[in-house]
Design a protein around this ligand. Structure first.
Ligand SMILES: [Zn+2]
Length: 602
């Protein structure tokens, strides 16, 4: 085959966690071919400098050794040569997350961003990769799972796979090993569930049945008439560990990490919190197949993977995805309305807990994702707002506003479909590839809904006002109660979040304006005693339960290794405790709610 970039990747030393990669360029740049590895992976907005895991690298052409010069932290240039030019390098793969690469005797996993150097000026050629098995009899049973199209490989087999360009190559992570596999169809499209890790008595059939409902609901949302999915196959790859949570979206697959205990056990009835969380994660990453992998902010079309890509729109791409992930669970019937309202209340309480929401808008939070949201510290609750959680509430508030003000004729679904039709559907076709400009979003909302939403955007997207959810939910027969305001559950508190540090109680966050803040305590302090009684990792709530609001207490704490004494006046535990309840009457409100949640009226 002509005009292609060729790679081989081999799990070479499993105990040392090394992949060996070769890269062949038929026609290298005559002035010296430049290669580089991305500094970040799409979907995770943090500079990670994957090239630091390249252990050894060399180049040759025919029998001749070709010198490589390092140009910067992730770029190399070969001395001029005729070609074909072959690069050989090793990649250290020992990051047990969805963002990089991992290899040992149990399995191999990689994202292309961690292992495939890009060949400058040849990004648009076909990219062919030969995925090879590790050597040894014991690995004979290993298989391959990826949404990368096969060239000369059987499905789930080692062999050659092909991508239309570099961008596609690095958007299909690869799992290899002896994973569990289940397959289902969603509106005619094959979906694989690939599971790595030891999970006794896993109920794969239930998992497949639940995911099928969620996937079909999403396909119908975007393409209600044709029911056409945006990809011709899809892979959910999950690594189950003792304790973990995370996911990363790709155009035809997702890589997930979850806790073993979140996965359903054969014969188990009902919906555990953990399983609901896992399905919510799957739903979230699947929704990204449309929203961010095809409908994209202009800043990501195309991605510049050498440096930060700034966009003020993550409240839409992550926030709306977070709004729809749980909404799709209730619309598909996987959870009921009561469970959905519990999830919503949790999000609302989480947003209200942080005073950072009064200082940073979701537009600013999006723009500064690289240095703030992705690099949180002990002061983050007092300084920033999450474009995920508050962004999901912006989505909810817009949906409710549109439904109410258009008397149910329009909804956020119509706006998502318009975004899909104009930007997403043809994104990967030859004449596609246009992203959503920041100014287009508000215009599109006004056009599709017929409303004037500038004031909404000013206050809740560009501004820091709290969303008026109690008022917006009323026409849907949903009552928002604040237990905290009722005073029924008011407890005396230091207004902190603590963590266990050995057997010590450490202050993880000191909430601005709270009792601990006013007393002079700081995040990082180790609480030693309260009124002369020892504080341990597990007894603070118990000790506090003997006090009333406004009681004065003496607190001993270590800051570094120095003992300090503080006088604190205990305050109300001001953690918000909103709860949501749906009412059957008035019937008109219940009907509105059923239309929104896709449920049946009683
Ligand atoms: Zn996301």
């Amino acid at each position: 085959m002509k005009n292609a970039v060729y790679y081989t990747i081999t799990p070479k030393d499993l105990a040392a966690h090394l992949f060996e990669v070769t890269l062949t360029v038929d026609k290298p740049d005559p002035v010296g071919q430049v290669f580089s590895l991305p500094a970040w992976i799409p979907g995770s907005y943090m500079i990670r400098e994957f090239a630091r895991n390249i252990v050894r690298i060399g180049a040759s052409s025919g029998d001749a050794r070709i010198a490589l010069k390092k140009r910067d932290k992730h770029t190399w240039q070969a001395e001029p040569c005729k070609g074909p030019l072959v690069l050989t390098y090793e990649v250290y793969a020992w990051d047990l997350s969805v963002r990089a690469a991992h290899l040992d005797q149990t399995h191999g996993f990689f994202n292309g961003t961690s292992v495939f150097l890009s060949v400058h000026e040849q990004d648009n050629l076909r990219h062919v990769v030969d995925i090879r098995p590790p050597e040894g009899e014991v690995f004979k049973a290993w298989r391959v799972a990826t949404a990368l199209p096969e060239l000369k490989a059987k499905r789930y087999g080692f062999g050659t796979y092909v991508a239309a360009n570099y961008d596609e190559l690095i958007d299909h992570p690869v799992e290899m090993g002896t994973f569990d596999l289940a397959t289902f169809k969603a509106h005619g499209v094959t979906h694989d569930i690939v599971l790595t890790g030891r999970v006794p008595n896993l109920d794969m059939a239930r998992l497949a049945a639940d995911l099928k409902k969620i996937c079909e609901e999403q396909i119908i949302l975007f393409e209600p008439k044709s029911r056409c999915a945006p990809m011709n196959r899809y892979v959910f790859m999950t690594l189950a560990v003792g304790d973990g949570y995370g996911g990363l979206e790709h155009r035809a697959s997702t890589a997930l990490v979850c806790s073993r205990s979140d996965l359903p056990v054969k014969g188990q009835k009902g919906m555990s919190d953990g399983y609901r969380t896992y399905l919510g994660l799957c739903s979230h990453e699947y929704f990204h197949t449309w929203n961010v992998k095809r409908i994209k902010p202009a800043a990501f079309a195309p991605y510049d993977l050498r440096t930060e890509g700034y966009t003020s729109l993550l409240w839409l791409f992550e926030g709306f995805t977070s709004y729809y992930d749980d909404l799709m669970l209730v619309r598909s019937g996987v959870i009921d309305e009561t469970a959905y309202f519990k999830l919503l209340a949790k999000t609302i309480n989480g947003v209200l807990r942080r005073s950072g929401r009064t200082k940073q808008s979701v537009a600013e939070s999006s723009f500064d994702a690289w240095t703030k949201y992705y690099r949180q510290d002990e002061n983050s609750p007092n300084a920033i707002v999450s474009y995920y959680t508050k962004g999901s509430l912006v989505g909810l508030a817009l949906d409710l506003t549109i439904r109410t003000e258009t008397r149910g004729r329009k909804s956020l679904d119509d706006v998502m479909r318009a975004l899909w039709q104009r930007y997403g559907r043809d994104f990967y076709s030859d004449n596609g590839g246009v992203g959503v400009a920041e100014a287009d979003v508000e215009r599109l909302f006004d056009e599709i809904t017929g409303l004037k939403l500038k004031r909404f955007f000013d206050r809740y997207v560009r501004g820091t006002d709290d969303l008026p959810l109690a008022r917006l939910l009323t026409p849907f027969g949903v009552e928002v109660a604040d237990k905290h305001k009722d005073g029924k559950e008011a407890k005396a508190s230091l207004n902190v979040r603590t963590t266990r540090d050995g057997n010590d109680c450490k202050l993880a966050n000191v909430y601005e304006g709270g009792a601990a803040h006013r007393a002079g305590l700081s995040a990082g302090d180790i609480l030693v005693a309260m009124d002369g009684v020892r504080v341990t990792a597990s007894n603070l709530d118990n000790l506090l339960s003997r006090y009333r609001i406004d009681d004065a207490v003496t607190v001993h704490a270590f800051r570094r290794d120095e003992l300090m004494v503080f006088s604190a006046t205990l305050a109300t535990d001001d953690a918000p405790q909103m709860s949501l309840t749906g009412h059957a009457k008035p019937a008109a409100h219940a009907r509105q709610r059923a239309a929104w949640l896709g449920t049946k009226t009683a």
